[in-house]
Design a protein around this ligand. Structure first.
Ligand code: PLP
Ligand code: NAG
Ligand code: NAG
Length: 391
């Protein structure tokens, strides 16, 4: 006899308010992606499923602009891809230089240290970016084997220019790792042309998929470093040797490693297909146009964007300063209550200082920009009038 009774909460149906997710992720699934999630399961080694995996791989090569054969989707969210990059690439004692300002550099440093790496940090205030000269200076000083940069820093809202960084890294014999979870599809990025050695992203941002399958790719140079490891990576689940085999990247017959998140890969296949149909360049342009519309609208309301220089603003996630005397949370709650729109607060250094507005993938439309601006203005006016009436 069972000693606990069935929880009453489970005997009621789930409730699903419809919300427009305009925070830094997840973004809403597009209807086609939602339909893909509901398709019947296939076995994780069935030929039809293996074909879907191959198509996902091609789609990732396209959005990353790479021909790397070691290209696949990690089973897990963006953090799992970060862990995969760390645990496969780094060995105890390897020096890694992390260019950090914002939460993602901070987290990558933490993961690298857990893998025994000797972490060196080059810092700038949130909201600013690094120049190739600054990176070169730090590389000369620290002599790392690996350099980490965040392309779209979704905490500070910056778009880190990457052109020239690969050249610096090659000149100094180190590998370049880039986090593009918040930016892929929303801003130009050319893995091969820019000399990026490890690149990863997530599914629930511009790809408008559910979180759970995260694209990653390794250059031939990154593969060589991994092949020369003295010890296996500590994670079995994220071991790129096993994953390369399961994803058909090593030319050997595929072996069972773990059960792929099958429905997530259907969704990713569909998200990649939608992006391929639109075309990468048109998708970049759509995100740019929506961001510009949003930025102009926010400035018209008298608000200040967190990132000063327009060319350094991330098109997908915009932090905007909370005016003095206004409680960011109250405005967010107002917008959620009256419009069912998610408007996030800051993260890390930007906590309590900004709202973060995400316009990603399916959600990046001028209509959503106008709705958000109206809702935000009303929310701020509502808080202001409360402040006045209490004086
Ligand atoms: C969202 C995000 C991540 C983490 O992704 P999860 O899917 O939440 O694990 C990593 N890096 C950046 C830049 C992000 O915006
Ligand atoms: C990949 O290879 C094809 C065929 O050789 C080539 O046309 C294409 O430019 C390459 N892509 C990249 C990103 O280098
Ligand atoms: C960014 O850099 C500044 C200046 O070095 C530092 O004070 C701050 O803590 C850093 N922020 C984050 C989130 O790392």
């Amino acid at each position: 006899m069972a000693t606990s009774t069935a929880p009453k909460s489970l005997l009621r149906p789930m409730t699903f308010p419809r919300k427009l997710l305009l925070g830094p992720g997840p973004s809403n699934m597009s209807p086609r992606v939602a339909a893909a999630c509901a398709l019947p399961l296939l076995g994780h080694m069935h030929p039809e499923f293996v074909q879907i995996m191959d198509e996902v791989k091609e789609g990732i090569q396209y959005i990353f602009q790479t021909n790397n054969s070691l290209t696949l989707a990690i089973s897990g969210t963006g953090h799992a891809a970060m862990e995969a990059a760390c645990c496969n690439l780094l060995e105890p004692g390897d020096v890694i230089l992390v260019a950090w300002n914002g939460t993602w550099g901070e987290r990558f440093s933490d993961m690298a240290a857990r893998n025994g790496a000797d972490v060196r940090i080059v810092k700038k205030p949130a909201g600013s970016v690094f120049s190739p000269q600054e990176i070169e200076k730090a590389v000369t000083e620290h002599g790392p084997r690996v350099v980490y940069l965040t392309h779209g820093e979704s905490s500070g809202g910056t778009l880190q220019p990457l052109d020239g960084m690969g050249v610096v890294c090659r000149r100094h014999g180190c590998l370049l790792v880039v986090d593009a979870v918040a930016s892929i599809g929303g801003a130009p990025l050319y893995m091969d042309k820019w000399g990026i050695d490890v690149l990863y992203t997530g599914a629930q941002k511009v790809l408008s998929c559910p979180p759970g399958a995260s694209p990653i790719s390794f250059s031939a140079a990154a593969e060589s470093k991994m092949a020369a490891r003295r010890k296996k990576p500590v994670s079995f689940y994220l071991d790129m040797g096993w994953l390369a085999n399961y994803w058909g990247c090593d030319g050997q017959p595929r072996r069972y490693h773990h059960t792929a998140p099958i429905s997530n890969l259907y969704a990713l296949r569909e998200g990649l297909a939608i992006l391929a149909e639109e075309g990468l360049e048109d998708c970049w342009r759509r995100h740019r146009r929506c961001a510009e519309l949003l930025h102009a609208g926010l400035e018209d309301m008298g608000l200040t964007l967190f990132v000063d220089r327009p060319e350094h603003r991330l098109p997908t996630v915009t932090p905007v300063r909370v005016p003095t005397g206004i409680d960011w949370k109250e405005v967010s709650q107002y917008v959620m209550k009256h419009y069912k729109v998610e408007l996030s607060g800051g993260l890390g250094e930007t906590a309590n200082e900004v709202w973060r507005i995400g316009l990603m993938g399916h959600n990046a439309t001028p209509d959503n920009v106008r709705l958000l601006l109206r809702a935000l203005k009303e929310g701020i006016d509502h808080c202001r009038s409360k402040v006045h009436s209490s004086l």
